[in-house]
Ligand binder design. Structure first.
Ligand code: SF4
Length: 507
C-alpha cells in the first residue's frame, strides 16, 4: 500500500501523485497540524481558509471513492507517526513544496525514513508552469535577472496571446495603459463571495477558540474553499470584471478594497485553481471580445510573468535571500501595522482592510505599506514577516521576493532596478485617501505635513552614497541637489520628528 501525502497548499486532484495511486488500495494522507499553524502569528482568515479547504478536499476525495486518512494533530510528526503505525505503507509520495523551510524539514524526514527502509518519492509541485529545475537556465547565475525576458520566453513557450510568433496587438506589455488614477463616480462589479457553509462555520469556531490571540477577524470570511467555488469565482471575474481590471488596477479608493481585482490568488496558491486554466480563460475572454488586450495582457502578466518569476527568484536565491538587508534598516515594525491606529489615512484605511479581510491589492501593498516601511527604515525581515502573516494569499515563496525585493529593495537590486519609494504625491494622485487625512499632502514640513514627504527626501539623503550612482535614480537626486542646505536640514529634522512620533505610536 502506498501513501500520497498532500499538504494544505496542494489541494488539487490533478496533481501527478493522483495518477500514481490506486483509489481502492492506496491512501491519501492529510495532516492538519496545529504546530504548522503556529509557525507564524497568522491572520485568522488564513487559518480558516487552509483548514476549511483541507477538510472540504478530504470530503471531496472520499466522495470520489479515495481512501483518505485525515488527521487533526499537534504536529506533522505526530500525524505521520500515527499514520505509519496504522497503515504501514511500503512507499510514500509527496509533492515537494516550494517553501524553503518545508523543503529542509522534508529532506531530513526523507533521510530518516530511508534508514527505516521506507521509500519516499518527491514529485514536482504542479502549481506552476515552469519546472523547478528550469529556473537554473531561465535565471543564470552570472546575469542580471529581468522579468521581461522571462515573461516573453514563457509567452512564446506556452503560446499565450501570440499570433504568428508575435505578441497579439504588437506589444508585449500594456502596463502604461493600466495606470489610470481614479475618477469621480467610479464603480465596480462586486466579486463573487461565498457564505461559509457548515464545515467552514465549524472551522471558524475552532480558529476563534484555538487561535483567539491571532490577528484579524473571521467576521468577513467569504473566500472560495473548494475547487467548485474557486472555478465559479474565476468565471465570474473573467466574465464580469476582467474588462475593468486593467484601467484602474493601480488606483486606490476608500471603502473599495477589491475594485476590479480578481481575488483568486488565495485559491490559486493552495491548488484550487491551476495557473494555466486561469490564463486560458483570460485569453478566451479577449478572443470573445469581453476584455481589451490591455486588461487581458495586464492580468495574464501577473500570473504567467510575475507569479512564475517570483517563484524562480525564490528557488534560485534562497536561503541567503531571507536575510537580505541592503540598507541596514533596523526599526521595529510599528504597531500601526497591526491595528491601523494612525492619523495617516492611507495607512489607516489599508491596514484596516488587511485586518478585516486578510487582503489588500498590490498597489496598497507596494506603495502604501511597503513604501512607508522602507521610508521609515523598518527592518525588512519584520516587514516580510508581517506580510507573510497577514495575507490569505501569502506563502514564503511569494512574499520574500515581493516584499524584500520589490517593495523594500532589501536585496540591493536583484528584483528591481530601483527602490519603489515615493512621497505623498503618488498616493494623492492614485487614491482619494489624502482628502480625508489629518495630514496635508502638499506640505513637506510642519506639524500637519504628510509624513511620506519628509521621510521620502530623508531616505534619499540617508542612502545617497549607494543610490545616487543608480541611473534610474538620477532625476530624484537632481531634484535633491537643487535644494538648499537649510531646506535639506529642515526636511531631515522633520523626518526625525515623524520617526520619533512613529516610535511612540503617535503619528
Ligand atoms: Fe497618506 Fe500623506 Fe495622503 Fe495622509 S496626506 S493619506 S499620510 S499620503
Amino acid at each position: 500500500m502506498k501513501t500520497l501525502w498532500v499538504f494544505g497548499n496542494q489541494l488539487s486532484i490533478n496533481s501527478e501523485g493522483f495518477s500514481k495511486i490506486d483509489r481502492e488500495e492506496d491512501v491519501i494522507l492529510l495532516i492538519e497540524a496545529k504546530s504548522r499553524a503556529l509557525w507564524k502569528n497568522y491572520h485568522k482568515n488564513k487559518l480558516v481558509l487552509i483548514f476549511s479547504a483541507m477538510r472540504h478536499f478530504c470530503e471531496e476525495l472520499r466522495h470520489q471513492g479515495y481512501r483518505v486518512d485525515y488527521r487533526q494533530v499537534e504536529s506533522f510528526q505526530e500525524g505521520w507517526d500515527q499514520h505509519k503505525q496504522e497503515y504501514q505503507p511500503s512507499e510514500v509520495m509527496l509533492h515537494l513544496p516550494t517553501d524553503w523551510m518545508m523543503r529542509q524539514l522534508l529532506l531530513k524526514w526523507r533521510n530518516k525514513q530511508k534508514t527505516e527502509g521506507l521509500t519516499v518519492s518527491f514529485l514536482e509541485e504542479p502549481f506552476f508552469l515552469v519546472k523547478a529545475h528550469d529556473w537554473t537556465t531561465l535565471l543564470p547565475a552570472n546575469k542580471t535577472w529581468k522579468l521581461d525576458s522571462v515573461y516573453r520566453k514563457l509567452r512564446k513557450q506556452f503560446l499565450i496571446l501570440m499570433e504568428n510568433e508575435k505578441p497579439i496587438g504588437g506589444k508585449w506589455s500594456y502596463d502604461s495603459e493600466n495606470r489610470k488614477p481614479p475618477k469621480q463616480g467610479l464603480s465596480f462589479v462586486e466579486p463573487l463571495f461565498f457564505s461559509p457553509d457548515e464545515q467552514t462555520k465549524e472551522v471558524i469556531d475552532y480558529v476563534n477558540k484555538a487561535f483567539s490571540e491571532n490577528p484579524g477577524t473571521t467576521d468577513q470570511f467569504n473566500l472560495p474553499v473548494t475547487r467548485q467555488e474557486a472555478s465559479e469565482a474565476l468565471s465570474h471575474f473573467i466574465q464580469m470584471r476582467l474588462a475593468t481590471f486593467g484601467d484602474y488596477q493601480d488606483a486606490m479608493l476608500e471603502g473599495e478594497p477589491y475594485m476590479s481585482h480578481s481575488l483568486i490568488s488565495s485559491a490559486l496558491n493552495i491548488g484550487l485553481l491551476t495557473p494555466l486554466e486561469v490564463i486560458h480563460q483570460a485569453e478566451e475572454a479577449f478572443h470573445n471580445g469581453w476584455a481589451s488586450i490591455a486588461a487581458t495582457e495586464g492580468f495574464i502578466r501577473q500570473i504567467l510573468g510575475w507569479r512564475e518569476y517570483v517563484r524562480g527568484i525564490y528557488l534560485r536565491a534562497m536561503p541567503e535571500y531571507k536575510d537580505v538587508n541592503f540598507f541596514h534598516h533596523e526599526r521595529k515594525l510599528p504597531q500601526l501595522y497591526w491595528d491601523g491606529k494612525t492619523k495617516m489615512n492611507c495607512l489607516h484605511q489599508t491596514v484596516t482592510e488587511v485586518v478585516t479581510y486578510g487582503y489588500s491589492h498590490h498597489i496598497q501593498r507596494l506603495m502604501v505599506l511597503g513604501n512607508f516601511a522602507n521610508l521609515a527604515q523598518v527592518n525588512p525581515q519584520d516587514v516580510s514577516n508581517w506580510f507573510n502573516t497577514m495575507y490569505t494569499d501569502a506563502h514564503d515563496w511569494v512574499v520574500l521576493p515581493n516584499v524584500l525585493g520589490m517593495a523594500l529593495y532589501a536585496d540591493g537590486g536583484c528584483m528591481s532596478t530601483k527602490p519603489y519609494i515615493s512621497s505623498g504625491q503618488y498616493i494623492n494622485k492614485m487614491s482619494n485617501y489624502c482628502k480625508g487625512c489629518h495630514y496635508d499632502v502638499k506640505q513637506r514640513v510642519g506639524e500637519c505635513a504628510c509624513p511620506y514627504n519628509a521621510l521620502y527626501w530623508h531616505f534619499l539623503m540617508t542612502h545617497e552614497e549607494v543610490l545616487s550612482i543608480n541611473p534610474r535614480m538620477r532625476m530624484m537626486y537632481t531634484l535633491l541637489d537643487k535644494m538648499s542646505s537649510e531646506e535639506k536640514l529642515k526636511i531631515s529634522n522633520q523626518a526625525k520628528i515623524h520617526l520619533a512620533l512613529l516610535d511612540k505610536g503617535q503619528l
